[in-house]
Design a protein around this ligand. Structure first.
Ligand SMILES: [Zn+2]
Ligand SMILES: [Zn+2]
Ligand SMILES: [Zn+2]
Length: 260
């Protein structure tokens, strides 16, 4: 085992749902809110663990998120799944190619890899001669076994996102479980003894592929982490109003929130 510190530090780069908040053309009180915590970019986190810097997903606002939080090095990018709100910023990884003088390693299941390669064909097809700079990326395929990003140990957590199995990730005593409406029993076991669980809680109204807040609170109580932070938030969630009524130990994420 590494002698470097094993406590993870997580920065929530984006706490919003796939539309982002404010949404285009919406005049509701959350989309018009003056509270900066109600302004949400698409879902992503940045993890510092055992000397490694890890990005989870490449949201459409990846550039803005990295600039806002001074992210200038990435040792690995972990993908949860291939939906556009989690991958559309992939091309921005070119900056890390320049900054670090080499390729960026991507970690994903085979299924996610195949989908991302179809979405960004110019970046991955060696026969496609792209007349400008394209991201220099290499894959490491993961499944259910724990793996390392440099010296940081990562445990994948299978989550159900409607019919789609996706991956959450555990970094030491912090776990990130976005985009899910069910946690299988074997994954519940991998979430035991957590300090912090970061969990999908899309909105108040039920949804076929995401936990709504009521269900997320129930599942969070079952997991029993010391603290739970709800993320992937839609515009039904007004930060101050909803957070005031959450059970003890549960909070709402906001862009730039740091969890240690
Ligand atoms: Zn709205
Ligand atoms: Zn999704
Ligand atoms: Zn999503």
């Amino acid at each position: 085992m590494s002698k470097k510190p094993t406590k993870a530090k997580v920065t929530i780069l984006g706490s919003g749902t796939s539309h982002g908040i404010p949404m285009i053309g919406c005049n509701c009180d959350v989309c018009n809110s003056d509270d900066s915590r109600d302004c949400r970019t698409r879902p992503s986190i940045f993890v510092e663990l055992a000397g490694s810097r890890i990005l989870v997903d490449t949201s459409p606002e990846l550039r803005l998120q990295c600039v806002a939080h001074g992210v200038d090095r990435v040792d690995g990018v972990l993908f949860t799944h291939h939906h556009a709100d989690h991958v559309a910023g992939l091309d921005d990884l070119r900056r890390f190619n320049y900054l670090m003088g080499g390729s960026v390693r991507l970690y994903a299941t085979e299924k996610t890899r195949n989908s991302v390669e179809r979405m960004f064909v110019y970046a991955f097809d060696p026969n496609m001669h792209y007349p400008s700079s394209k991201p220099n990326l290499e894959w490491q395929i993961i499944d259910d076994e724990p793996f390392f990003v440099s010296e940081a140990s990562v445990i994948p957590i299978v989550l159900m996102h409607g019919p789609l199995p996706i991956r959450g990730y555990r970094f030491g005593d912090i776990a990130y479980c976005t985009d899910c409406n069910e946690i299988p029993p074997a994954s519940m076991e991998r979430l035991q003894g957590l300090d912090v669980l970061i969990l999908d809680a899309l909105r108040i109204t039920p949804h076929p592929t995401h936990f709504n807040l009521e269900k997320a609170i129930e599942v969070a109580a079952e997991v029993g982490a010391k603290r739970t932070i709800f993320t992937h938030l839609a515009h039904e969630i007004k930060h101050d109003r909803i957070e005031a009524d959450l059970p003890e130990g549960m909070k709402l994420a906001f862009d730039g929130m740091v969890v240690e």
